[in-house]
Design a protein around this ligand. Structure first.
Ligand code: NAP
Length: 279
């Protein structure tokens, strides 16, 4: 199959590696010539160009640009596609994008691979990134069954676990487990930096080990992506942040009041609940 990838960064480049290794012919389009050359040299794509017309031969196109460019790029891409071309995207927020694209391109299904890394760009792309990871598809009532089946087959071939939901449900769910953690983790790093004693700060930086590595990872990631998550999932993220602040206040009060028994109850509860999210 001829598969087009628009935006050869972490996600687009990683998709290219795996789909190409299955024998698909991968056509890549990116903004910079240097990225196109790298993608070909690394073996992520067969052909690459900064010109959208390269994607005219694609039967399926994955739009993997930053969130704010997904709709504008689709608008420019349409002129080059045949009516049968299936388009999907990998954007981390879905409601706005699905709402904007659906009237423009009927053969479209929204998607979101729940896989990522702290680094970005084609150099960060890696093989098998999606294996064993959730991959959300957000078809709506007008999405053609053929488009759903074609994208499902490709996603399944990546070794990912497929989930279907409404775009709005997706945005609320990822607000809790993806977008809120970015803001919490960023606040954690910022709070540590507020230490006024330079010796203590330096010591903390030296002592930071696995716990800090885990909890700071998403806050130390791609800042552009973090801003896009907030912009495109603003309502859901604000709702999650309010709840988070409420729970932080509760913990603060318990510690302030030296209420160790209730604190222990709360920590026991979260200890037990964690496995429902990550196991
Ligand atoms: P990324 O590594 O920064 O890659 C995005 C790529 O898009 C850049 O390498 C850039 O290529 C290209 N690009 C920028 N403007 C473009 C344009 N006008 N036309 C064509 N290509 C353009 O970002 P990413 O992490 O892969 O994220 C891409 C998408 O995946 C986003 O929508 C994000 O929401 C979604 N996503 C990200 C993650 C994650 O954890 N990172 C997870 C799931 C989904 P050049 O080098 O040519 O400028």
């Amino acid at each position: 199959m001829n598969i087009g990838i628009l935006g050869l960064g972490l996600i687009g480049g990683s998709l290219g590696f795996d789909l190409r290794s299955q024998g698909h012919h991968i056509l890549g389009v990116s903004r910079r010539e240097s990225t196109c050359e790298k993608a070909v040299a690394l073996g992520s794509v067969d052909q690459a160009s900064v010109d959208l017309s390269l994607l005219a031969a694609a039967e399926v196109v994955f739009i993997c640009t930053p969130l704010a460019l997904i709709v504008p790029q689709l608008e420019q891409l349409i002129a080059h596609l045949s009516v049968t071309t299936v388009v999907t995207d990998v954007g981390s927020a879905k409601a706005e994008i699905v709402k904007a694209i659906s009237p423009l391109w009927n053969n479209f299904i929204g998607g979101h691979p729940m896989a990522g890394r702290t680094d970005s760009g084609i150099e960060a792309a890696q093989r098998h990134l999606f294996v064993g990871k959730p991959y959300v598809l957000t078809p709506i009532t007008t999405t053609p069954t053929t488009a759903i089946t074609i994208v499902e087959d490709i996603v399944r071939s990546l070794g990912a676990n497929i989930y279907h939901c409404q775009p709005e449900q997706h945005d609320y769910a990822v607000s809790w487990i993806s977008h809120l953690p970015v803001m919490v983790s960023s606040s954690l790093i910022a709070a540590c930096l507020s230490e006024t004693d330079p010796d203590v700060l330096q010591l903390a930086q030296k002592l930071a080990s696995s716990g800090f590595r885990d909890t700071s990872r998403v806050g130390g990631g791609n800042s552009e992506l973090g801003v896009m998550m907030a912009r495109y999932n603003r309502q859901a993220l604000l709702r999650s942040l309010q709840q988070y602040r409420h729970h932080l206040d509760e913990l603060t009060n318990l510690i302030d009041q030296e209420n160790w028994a209730v604190l222990e109850e709360k920590l026991k509860l979260t200890h037990q609940a964690r496995r429902n999210f990550v196991e």
